[in-house]
Design a protein around this ligand. Structure first.
Ligand code: 13P
Length: 246
């Protein structure tokens, strides 16, 4: 077993209201785990959730912009997140890439600015179905990694999320072998392009239709250091996923 601490993130996406979040928070307040557990509510609820969590569960934003302030209507900045005591942010999620058309270059700029501002980041990468079928998965995820890597100085504040786009919200989870295969290649890529030390210490987590039924088997992959969970993070099942490695 690696000495990388298992990491489970819950990405609520654009879901929840105060009443349903209260139920989730009550559940999260029972979490007693040595793992890192981080949840990402929609931005209007960041402070609400953070103020009600009594357990060791941390709060993350789902996105932020590449500068500290200014005339960018609708955006939120890392400085604002830090001001609220929020310590994590997800960047480059596939829905940001494919629904909001965010490109690698912008995601790289966000990575740089978020780290410079003191946040911990969860940059996301992953291939689309046609890319997997065309046999270019590696090429795609390595290119995405390059834009992230070029903007990272402190890898201790980075958790890479590999989320194959075809597995997100579809119920089609990557098999444990498919996930492990890509994670292993990503770790080798880090060794070849950053350093062996960073490759060994950086958490690479899997996302895409993770649930209480498939999490334990996925967690056995030696390069799978945790999960980024969408739909199931809104359900009581999330507590099972949090201890998938136990
Ligand atoms: P699902 O778990 O709903 O497939 O979503 C995964 C995801 O996008 C997490 O960021």
């Amino acid at each position: 077993m690696s000495d990388r601490r298992f990491f489970v993130g819950g990405n609520f996406k654009m879901n929840g209201d105060k009443a349903s979040l209260d139920v989730i928070i009550n559940n999260l307040n029972t979490v007693d785990s040595p793992n890192d557990v981080v949840v990402a509510p929609p931005s209007p609820y960041l402070s609400y959730v953070a103020s009600k969590l009594t357990s060791n569960v941390k709060v993350s934003a789902q996105n932020c912009y590449k500068v500290a302030k200014g005339a960018y209507t609708g955006e939120i900045s890392p400085a604002m997140l830090c001001d609220l005591g929020i310590s994590w942010v997800i960047l480059g999620h596939s829905e940001r890439r494919h629904v909001f058309n965010e490109k690698d270059e912008l995601i790289g700029q966000k990575v740089k600015h978020a780290l410079q501002s003191g946040l911990n980041i969860i940059p996301c990468i992953g291939e689309k179905l046609d890319e997997r079928e065309a046999g270019v998965t590696e090429q795609i995820v390595f290119e995405q990694m390059k834009h992230i890597k070029d903007n990272v100085e402190d890898w201790s504040r980075v958790v890479i999320a590999y989320e194959p786009v075809w597995a997100i919200g579809t119920g089609k989870t990557a098999t444990p072998a498919q996930a492990q295969e890509v994670h292993e290649k990503l770790r080798k890529w880090l060794a070849d392009n950053v350093s062996n030390e960073v490759a060994q210490s950086t958490r690479i987590i899997y996302g895409g239709s993770v649930n209480s039924g498939n999490c334990k088997e996925l967690a056995q992959g030696k390069d799978i250091d945790g999960f980024l969970v969408g739909g199931a993070s809104l359900k009581p099942d999330f507590l099972e996923i949090v201890k998938a490695n136990a």
